[in-house]
Write a protein of this length. Sequence first.
Lengths: 285, 415
Amino acid sequence: MSQSQAVEAVRPTLRQIIQPANGWRPLDVEEMWRFRRLLRVFVWRDLKIRYKQAMLGFLWVVIQPLALTLVYSIFFGYVARIPSEGVPYPVFFLGGMILWQFLSLAVTQGSVSLVAQQQIITKVYFPRPLAPLTSVVSALVDFAIMFGLLIATELFYGIVPSWPMLFAPLFAILTALLAFAICLWLSALDALYRDARYALTFLMQVWYFGTPIIYPLSIVPERFRWIMTLNPLAAAIQGFRWSVLGNVPPPPATDMIVAVVTTLVLLIGGAMFFRRIEQRVIDMI
Amino acid sequence: MNDTVISVEHLSKSFRLGEMQRGHTLADAINGLLRRKGVEEAPKKNAEQQTLWALKDVSFTVNRGEVLGIIGRNGAGKSTLLKILSRIVSPTEGRAVIEGRVGALLEVGTGFSGELTGRENILLSGTILGMSQEEIRDKMDEIIDFSGIERFIDTPVKRYSSGMYTRLAFAVAAHLEPEILIVDEVLAVGDVEFQRKCLGKMNAMTKGGRTVLFVSHNMGAVSELCSHALLLQRGQVHAMGETAQIVEEYARLQRGGEQGVSFDDDESLPCSITAASVTDTKDNAASTFDIADEVVLNIHYKVRLPLEGLQVVLVLLRNMNEVFCSFDTDALDSLPTREPGSYRAQCRLPGMFLKAGNYSVRLAIGTPDRLMAEIESALTFDVEELSQNTYNKGYRKERIGHIISRGRWSTERFG
């Protein structure tokens, strides 16, 4: 006890003012940073629980995309002969799919996170945006492993990534921000109306096919091009492929700008919506 | 050292009842919207009544090193107050200023996850409760030792018995050492020996100059631990001062204040519940019953228009679980029409029917096609095992189930 008291004595006294929380408030990033250790433990728990029950555990992070790649390569690459920007189809597919897999995992877990965590949320204080953020960060860990798999597959096909590779993290970050933005919106909505989770499965399916994952951006007909411009994930995936696969052209600058702006708008709007709803949600649950 | 660490100024918290009861799908929300549209002509007073003030204008201060007991009946606002001070819910009005790190223990085993081992849960729960990684690492052995379940510490918690689970959860909680500790009734579980251990630990903690807010129904524990006490009554500060004095005041309230509760009467409704009380068979107000006692629930209501098929609805909850729902008309073949006037409906619950526990009663009134009023936790009472030792009975308080059904057992031996 004396030891921890000594620690506390050094720490400046924290003054907290508790008052009504009304209206539109931005995300308190500084406070979230103070709770980073809790985020780390949440992520650790998430990963631990997700893979603890599976006999093959973490191997699934690798097996799943590999199996998907195999199936898609047979049907779309080999049978349907969908073009793949001059790189072998499996590499092409994997290059887009892992970003999608990351986003989809983050969003499906993150959108129910507020409700899933209600047991803790009603008993202990922490910045509530940590709940959806946890899902994004833990999905990011899966992504890192899948990224290793992608590089290995590339090397297997004799493709050696060059300098654009340095930009790959930027596209991953863009996707992560997009995922976080969506999680903020959906987790708050889901807590209010459970409809959100039912609609999600369907919407993700539509989004999956509306994004150049199994097909390249280049085969999208001109009159549907605008859809790709409006879809921030399309630009992120195109950019990611450009950075890791070599041969693939970068996304058009307009697409890229629209993607970044859309993501930021979604993020800021989502944060404000989440903050506005969170107190009501806690009163309700 | 007489400096103020917690200062609460005019704190209020309201809940919108409609909000809480609204369903969880969009369809419900749309329905709710339509319904609200339909009754728009109804006086605005209605909206006001939908607001429940869990806390109303609460002000007090706590000095460094003080151990403050917070007491009051169920629904007096104790938990809401703790939740505001631990920042889980935000107040509707007023504010509180707190100097120092706050640790809140509002339940046992916050954040525990069944899939993880005991050791992993210590790390998880400890972090959630606000301990740093170093603190947890330093205290890990001490916590495991305190819990007394070293042998199972690397087993997933889902395989624990509830006793083991509680011990481990407590062990983590007991080693939480924030500057200000907020504790809600957690000492009410666990076996007696372990409770002693926790009380001892808490006592040591309070001797160490820590500020503690302690909510409990256990007046013994409050008297033993707290220097001061705060008595809440219907969301307001009823009294604050020396523990002995306040505990006495609480006991007085418990005895005398049980004349029943009255509810605001809304003249715009065709009928309303005006008052309710819990009494014994001799019509004496009471709040605690023995399991063999008959409990009488009295519901007073007023009818303003002749109402066809008017029914009084009573839902009994035990420890927050719904046990049954009963209508005053259940024994009748056809529904009566109630002419304007004042009524009293009485429901007798026989002895040896309700198990020991905390009961609350939700009341409602309405016709088969229209609910006119609903009062959550209109009445509360306790049933205790006073007259008999239930050690080897199936209906002992702690066992599963909510009612006593001794059935008609018979055993014959053949062969």
